[in-house]
Design a protein around this ligand. Structure first.
Ligand SMILES: *Cc1c(COP(=O)(O)O)cnc(C)c1O
Length: 295
């Protein structure tokens, strides 16, 4: 059975640089779900794992970059739920703590050049054409099963909020929140922060997974130069938030989202006394992707 007992409370966070604009900040602590199957990665894997079990598949195959939280979550979930795991890793052979943990959990890694990585069908067929027991999970876990799992974030909410914020990479989590809002009829306005540069493609990725023509706000100007590129003020913000709240955030996703909340508050984006919920999507290993910035 695919089941994970977890605790993801909604927690008010007192953080003066945001509260001073007359708003209240809450986090849904999906980062506490599991140390490695963290945040939205459990949400996105859950229905994939159930489907794989139902189809009697024994082997999960997926794709990701060298600091992918998705690879790590897949490796840990594979070990826990008794699947063999293999990943195609973008770029030349490297060693880092994320990939080390993937290997510790038993994941098999194939490093492929950025050029070869573009043709995922070809890569997959080279290794797995003749096998029938594999279950393919898209890069970043993107897909219908992922979206379905992310709706559950909304179904668990215990309080009403005016605004909900979440970071987006592939957009599957965003789509789940937007569908969930409409399915469970909650009032909160959904705000999605694109973490990649030129993220207008994201709108298509999100809309593909929506069950209706729903409204949401996509903010595409908080990427700080791109996926894992950061500006010094974002690093400063990340450190300050961690040191003033005791809650770890990662510079790739959650820090950008909180920074956006602060910046929008400064621009009077929110109504007075607004209750703002950020989904803490985990991903704390992202802090290890740029350790020199934090020394
Ligand atoms: C993977 C990840 C995301 C992006 O989720 P998508 O569903 O791909 O948009 C957001 N936050 C964190 C911390 C992540 O690790």
């Amino acid at each position: 059975m695919i089941d994970l007992k977890f605790y993801s409370p909604e927690e008010e966070v007192i953080y003066e640089p945001i509260n001073k604009y007359n708003v209240q900040l809450y986090l849904k602590r999906d980062d506490l779900i599991h140390p490695f199957i963290s945040g939205n990665k459990w949400r996105k894997l859950k229905y994939n794992l159930i489907k794989a079990k139902n189809e009697n598949k024994k082997h999960l195959v997926t794709f990701g970059g060298a600091y992918s939280n998705h690879l790590l979550a897949t490796a840990a979930a594979g070990a826990k739920f008794k699947f063999k795991t293999t990943a195609f890793v973008r770029g030349d052979l490297v060693e880092n703590p994320v990939l080390d943990f993937c290997k510790i959990f038993g994941m098999e890694l194939f490093f492929v050049s950025r050029e070869d990585y573009k043709d995922k069908d070809k890569l997959f067929n080279q290794k797995f054409k003749h096998s029938t027991d594999f279950y393919l999970i898209n890069e970043g876990g993107y897909g219908m099963e992922a979206e379905l799992g992310c709706r559950e974030i909304i179904s668990e909410l215990e309080t009403n909020y005016d605004y909900i914020f979440c970071a987006a990479g592939t957009g599957a989590t965003a789509a789940g929140l937007i569908n969930g809002k409409n399915l469970y009829n909650i009032m909160a306005e959904i705000n999605i922060i694109a973490t990649l540069k030129g993220a207008d493609f994201l709108k298509t990725e999100i809309n593909t997974l929506l069950t209706g023509n729903y409204e949401y706000n996509l903010h595409t100007n908080y990427h700080f130069g791109g996926y894992a590129k950061t500006k010094d003020d974002l690093i400063g913000f990340t450190k300050n938030f961690i040191q003033k709240t005791g809650i770890l955030i990662d510079p790739v996703y959650t820090a950008k989202t909180l920074f956006a909340i602060q910046d929008l508050a400064a621009q009077n984006y929110f109504k007075p006394f607004a209750k703002i919920l950020m989904i803490h999507t985990g991903g704390l290993f992202g802090l290890l992707g740029m350790p020199e910035k934090f020394r």
